[in-house]
Ligand binder design. Structure first.
Ligand SMILES: C=C(O[C@@H]1C=C(C(=O)O)C=C[C@H]1O)C(=O)O
Ligand SMILES: [Mg+2]
Length: 469
């Protein structure tokens, strides 16, 4: 393939090895080049390799798509980490300090960049379900495909040691790259028909918890709490993350798409909810909470939307989120702007109340410090935060793992974006666990909240396709 010939890793790696010898420690070499167009979904699909990490990210308007294959360097933190956000930041800065980067400042989403995420709650004990997904895990991909406003770029990352031979390393990388790109021919993304058995994990108990929480809220113990539940699927054939991602791509044009593959399992989904995005000193977040269904035609859709906009129960659910995110922005930013009234955010299966929040980062505010302040917002945890987290640990019969947690990327400049990992599922071989939750307030009704979770399972269920036995 002609792409390979355009990339010359040698000069950068030589520079890295020299620097590494001088400093006496390893040095990151990151090289980015523009390449002819590659289909990001095919690149993801072709990149499958046993035991290796793949990462996929697309923002809702598909301005930026990132596909990371393999690992040049990584961060993994367990529950013992004191402050996982700061620890990630600290290690990342340290790696970047002496990095050789060519070019020094490329388009958004290129150059050294970490992809990964955090668990929802490090104080909740992880079960074997989430094996391979610790409290924080970030990968600096060996190969990163960036599609930014339609332009394709390939970043190749390698960490060199003082004793490395530049020529050997460069050759290895070129070979590896040729293989990766070569595999893309012959990949087909046809759907295999799948038949699976689905069971809901304790739906009645979930409804009971909803009534109980609604009573606790009426009694003034808290304002809002998000309760989630799980559906488990078992199939005779393995679920294929890249096929599901393909379907999500086709069906969920207004959502973030994400996939994090680790140790043979893949956490993926199509989330409408941005936690926080940083571009220079501009920070944005979105409050998405309050839900209704889509109509069968334009008129019905509009009616449901108008009902949602004026529904007191949903407005309370939404307002709790707006207040908390506004406060976090007022701490970390200047020029905070929040519209007075929510509008609607429509995705294929539901419509939500939506309020964007933006501000300008104060000195010392970083993307990850904002993630720390914001997560979990009352859209996914509750309010007050600590009371809600304790109740979630006590009441939910599932391990949230990375569900509803911050998923995304951060680059060498500190730019990046995190979405909330909802409308999501964890695929491991022949089993899949799908998750959905609801914001419970004082006048929540268990049956309608249950129906709401059913709608929120749809994006993943329909992307998986096949039939339930
Ligand atoms: C918790 C989820 O969604 C959250 C809950 C919502 C609600 O209850 O109205 C709406 C959007 C999200 O903030 C989920 O999809 O699993
Ligand atoms: Mg709701």
């Amino acid at each position: 393939m002609s792409i390979i010939k355009q990339l010359n890793h040698l000069a950068g790696i030589q520079e890295g090895v020299v620097r590494s010898r001088r400093k006496g420690h390893s040095v990151l070499v990151s090289q980015t080049q523009r390449i002819p167009h590659l289909d990001p979904l095919l690149f993801f699909e072709a990149g499958v390799r046993e035991g290796e990490t793949r990462n996929f990210w697309a923002d809702p308007d598909r301005e930026l798509i990132l596909v990371g294959l393999g690992t040049a360097w990584k961060i993994e933190l367990g529950p013992e980490a004191n402050n996982r956000y700061r620890e990630v930041e600290k290690r990342w800065r340290l790696l970047l300090r002496d990095a050789v980067q060519i070019p020094e400042d490329g388009p958004r989403g290129t150059g050294p960049l970490l992809m990964g995420g955090f668990s929802f709650d490090p104080l909740q004990k992880r079960t074997p379900l989430w094996k391979g997904f610790p409290e924080a895990a970030f990968t600096l991909p060996r190969f990163l495909l960036t599609v930014y406003r339609g332009t394709c770029l390939l970043t190749v990352n390698v960490v060199v040691k003082p004793g490395d031979q530049a020529e050997t390393l460069a050759e290895m990388l070129a070979e590896e790259e040729e293989k990766r790109l070569g595999w893309m021919q012959g990949v087909s993304s046809s759907m295999v028909s799948l038949s699976y058995h689905a069971y809901e994990v304790e739906p009645d108990r979930w409804k009971q918890s909803v009534s109980q929480v609604a009573q606790e809220i009426q009694a003034g113990k808290m304002d809002k709490l998000v309760l989630a539940r799980e559906i488990r699927l078992e199939s005779e054939d393995a679920f294929a993350s890249s096929k599901i991602l393909n379907q999500l791509w086709k069906r969920q044009p207004s959502s973030f798409l994400f996939a994090v593959e680790r140790e043979g399992a893949c956490f993926l989904g199509a989330s409408p909810e941005r936690l926080v995005k940083r571009d220079g000193d501009r920070l944005v977040s979105t409050c998405i909470a309050g839900t209704t269904r889509r109509g069968r035609d334009w008129e019905e859709d509009w009616t449901f939307g108008q009902e949602l906009l004026s529904d007191p129960k949903n407005r309370v659910e939404h307002q709790v989120v707006v207040e908390m995110i506004r406060e976090a922005f007022q701490q970390g930013c200047s020029h905070v702007r929040v519209p007075e009234e929510p509008t609607l955010y429509q995705v294929r299966d539901v419509q939500h109340l939506f309020t964007p929040v933006e501000g300008r980062a104060k000195l010392g505010t970083t993307l990850l410090s904002m993630v720390e302040q914001l997560h979990p917002t009352p859209a996914l945890g509750g309010y007050p935060r600590e009371v809600a987290m304790t109740r979630i640990r006590e009441l939910e019969v599932m391990d949230r793992g990375w569900y509803a947690a911050p998923l995304g990327w951060v680059d060498f400049r500190g730019d990046g974006e995190f979405a909330c990992g909802i409308r999501s599922g964890l695929i491991r071989g022949q089993t899949a666990s799908l998750f959905a939750g609801c914001g419970i307030v004082g006048d929540s009704d268990p049956n309608s909240e249950y129906e709401e979770t059913r709608m929120k399972f749809r994006p993943m269920l329909s992307a998986i396709g096949g039939e339930s036995r």
